[in-house]
Design a protein around this ligand. Structure first.
Ligand SMILES: C[S@@+](CC[C@H](N)C(=O)[O-])C[C@H]1O[C@@H](n2cnc3c(N)ncnc32)[C@H](O)[C@@H]1O
Length: 230
């Protein structure tokens, strides 16, 4: 997958892309993140990319020319690429959207700053807008990183065990079941006997029950999405 990121702060991505799973995905050739500085596309001699809002009010807005030119230059003739603007006003990102995006060959993620984008940018480019939740961050960079991270672990050959993503919370509209590792007892807290039994059928049944109990306790809304009898 190719992910083009348009941002005013490309340096923010360095640590995230060069550690752990994203680094491995890059080394395996599964993920190719290309960072583009929107400021490099401005026609302004002072390299300005923002201005005050008409009608007054606090803060600055990203001006149309640098953003639109940057998107057009990066996208080129590729009309298949999914153009996504990070915005608190967008569709709220979830595991279903992560799965959907994992099936797309090329994403172009545009990170806003200041008070956001001049509306004409959105009218001209008609991007999909995605939010990472109902709160406002200072820029789209961390939301873009969250999306890249969640999507990358769904790409083939990224996780060591291909099953680990399929058991994750939300993949089946359930939270993950409780997990234990060594030692078998810690501060008087014991690993449930069934997990030490070696009976894979029983373990599977227990895990499924626990996932349903846990989901009912804290995220009962997810169970409404399930079509089966849970
Ligand atoms: C301070 S915010 C602008 C908020 C805007 N004035 C509003 O109220 O809708 C600046 C930029 O951060 C990014 N951003 C902030 N919160 C976000 C969220 N929840 N999801 C995705 N992007 C977000 C967007 O790219 C946005 O253009």
């Amino acid at each position: 997958m190719v992910v083009d990121v348009l941002t005013l702060f490309p340096g923010m991505f360095e640590g995230v892309l060069t550690e752990s799973i994203l680094k491995i995905a890059h080394e395996k050739g599964v993920l190719d993140v290309r960072l583009h500085n929107i400021r490099d596309y401005t026609n302004d001699k002072h390299r300005k990319v923002d201005d005050r809002p008409y009608g007054g009010g606090p803060g600055m807005l990203m001006t149309p020319q640098p953003v639109i030119d940057a998107v057009e230059a990066v996208r080129g003739d590729d009309q298949e690429a999914e153009l996504i603007f990070l915005s608190p006003q967008g569709q709220v990102f979830d595991q279903k959207i992560a799965n959907e995006l994992a099936g797309i060959k090329r994403l172009i993620l545009v990170c806003g700053r200041y008070e956001g984008f001049d509306e004409r940018i959105l009218l001209a480019l008609k991007p999909r807008e995605i939010s990472v939740g109902d709160y406002v961050m200072t820029g789209g960079e961390i939301p873009a990183m969250a999306i890249i991270d969640a999507v990358t672990r769904l790409l083939p050959n990224v996780l060591g065990d291909p099953e680990s993503a399929s058991n994750d919370s939300f993949q089946n509209d359930l939270l993950d079941f409780p997990q234990y590792t060594r030692p078998p007892e810690y501060r008087g807290l014991k690993v449930p006997d069934v997990l030490l039994s070696g009976n894979h059928q029983e373990i599977s049944r227990w895990r499924n029950e626990q996932a349903i109990i846990r989901t009912r306790q804290t995220r009962a809304d997810l169970l409404n999405n399930k079509g089966d009898s849970t």
